[in-house]
Structures are given as C-alpha cells and as structure tokens.
Design a protein around this ligand. Structure first.
Ligand SMILES: Nc1ncnc2c1ncn2[C@@H]1O[C@H](COP(=O)(O)OP(=O)(O)O)[C@@H](O)[C@H]1O
Ligand SMILES: [Mg+2]
Length: 245
C-alpha cells in the first residue's frame, strides 16, 4: 500500500449534530483525494479537525504510520499539514504582500538570525504572487480584494507555507474565473507531484473527475462511498444523495 496520511475514527459533534461520525480515511502521498457531498455533510469539519482549527472530539491522524495528536493549527503546521479555508481568512488591514511576508516570519531564533535574507524572502513572495496572478495587487489592502482574489491570496499562502506532508483545499476554485482556475489547478497538480497528500473538497464535478485519483463521498457525517472517481460517481446511492439533487 502507498504511504499515506490516515485519519482514524474521527468524531466531531456540535450540540446535537454529529458533523463527523466515526470517519476513517486514508490520504495517500502523491495523490489527490477528492471529497464531495451535500452541504452540511461534514467535509469542512474534517479539514478543520485535521488542521487543528476545530479539533475533533476524538480520532487520530497518522502520518507515515506515526500517530500525531493535533489540537491546534500550530500542531498541524509542525506535522506538515496546511489548509485553505472555504471562507477565506486573511489579515484585512494588511496589504496582499504583507499577508504573504507574514507567512515567512521565522519562528525560531536560529531561523530569524541566519536562515533567510531579505532578498530571499522578497523573491519567495514575488514568485508566489506571480504564480497566482496577484502581482498587480500586491500593495492593495486585503479588504479591497474581490472574493476570487482573496481565494488566490490563500493559495499563495499555501505555496509559502510549503507543508511537507498534507495540503487540504476546502473549495479552492469557488468564485474563480477560468484563468485563475487554471493557475490553481496547476499549483494543486504540482503539489501532488512533489509527493504531498492532497485533499480536495470541491463541488465542480468536472474538476473533481479530472483531478481526483481517489474520491470520497460524505453524507450526514459518514462516508457514503469511496473509490475510483468514475465508479463512485455512477453508484445509485451517490447519485441519489448528491448528484441527483
Ligand atoms: N461551528 C459549528 N457550530 C455548530 N454546528 C456546526 C459548526 N460547524 C459545522 N457545524 C454543523 O456541522 C455539519 C457539517 O458542517 P460542514 O462540515 O461545514 O459541512 P460541509 O463542509 O460538508 O458543507 C452541519 O450540520 C453544520 O451546520
Ligand atoms: Mg464546507
């Protein structure tokens, strides 16, 4: 079996709602695992739990066979997991460029003293800006960006965070124009080629079919089906729960 990041027996409840109900999933490195499902089926809750933003009530993440408790975003980052948000979270009163420079702030004394020169940081930010096509907007305040541009800023942050193991994308294409979809698509494929486990939550079936190596369908907090995308998408229970609606 391919080495993977595994989520085992994850549970998350909100009051009386069981958003994720004992879910076990495997996300192989160097592959894209698509997750689809109706609104409210628990997709984002999985990403929140694995990224430590809203930790699971119970459940464990294994990376390469090692169990890793994730109780904060910092834990997740330390374990090589990073994510984008469905509802983009950026620093509104900072410029696009400042939002990105912040990602590169060194968190150790050694790092801050010698690891990066100003020129290296500047170049990394310039590269990320041009990859997502936000070069022209770099001095704008984030609050002035359109919905799609905010999404692109998040993708640029992902590039700079440079997670070593897993990248979780929560509806990265929503609100993007065709040209930006193409840029994000290329970035996702590049991260996959680097050997990362990619998790892609997406409603656009064309993109899901094209990009996913493995497809998971969620419904009501459980895994309704999973497998090869075209096979999963033709299962009657999947059509009934999701596509037929
Ligand atoms: N912070 C929260 N407080 C209360 N209920 C929540 C919260 N987050 C998610 N839920 C509920 O959990 C369920 C799953 O939500 P979510 O994971 O966001 O679904 P999806 O991403 O598949 O649309 C929904 O019923 C939603 O209302
Ligand atoms: Mg969601």
């Amino acid at each position: 079996m391919r080495p993977s990041c595994t989520l085992q027996s994850a549970v998350k409840t909100f009051g009386g709602v069981c958003a994720v109900d004992n879910v076990t999933l495997s996300f192989p490195f160097g592959m894209i695992t698509g997750i689809i499902g109706p609104n409210g089926s628990g997709k984002s809750t999985i990403v929140h739990g694995m990224s430590g933003v809203v930790p699971f009530d119970s459940g464990i993440v294994h990376i390469g066979g090692i169990a890793l408790p994730i109780s904060s975003p910092y834990d997740a980052y330390q374990r090589g997991i990073c994510r984008t948000f469905q509802e983009v979270r950026v620093f509104e009163h900072m410029t696009v460029r400042e939002n990105l420079l912040l990602m590169l702030a060194q968190r150790t004394i050694g790092g801050s003293l010698c690891e990066h020169t100003h020129t290296t940081l500047t170049k990394k930010v310039d590269d990320a800006l041009s990859r997502v096509g936000l070069d022209g907007k770099q001095h704008e305040y984030a609050e002035k960006l359109s919905y799609g541009q905010r999404k692109l800023l998040e993708i640029a942050r992902i590039l700079l965070l440079d997670a070593s193991a897993v990248v979780l994308f929560d509806e990265p294409f929503a609100g993007l124009f065709k040209v930006s979809i193409e840029k994000v698509r290329e970035i996702i494929l590049e991260l996959k080629d680097q050997g990362k486990a990619i998790v892609l939550i997406e409603h656009n079936m064309e993109l899901i079919r094209e990009l996913s190596d493995h497809l998971v369908v969620m419904d009501g907090g459980i895994v309704l089906a999973q497998g090869i995308p075209h096979e999963v998408l033709s299962l009657p229970r999947v059509i009934e729960a999701y596509i037929g609606k």
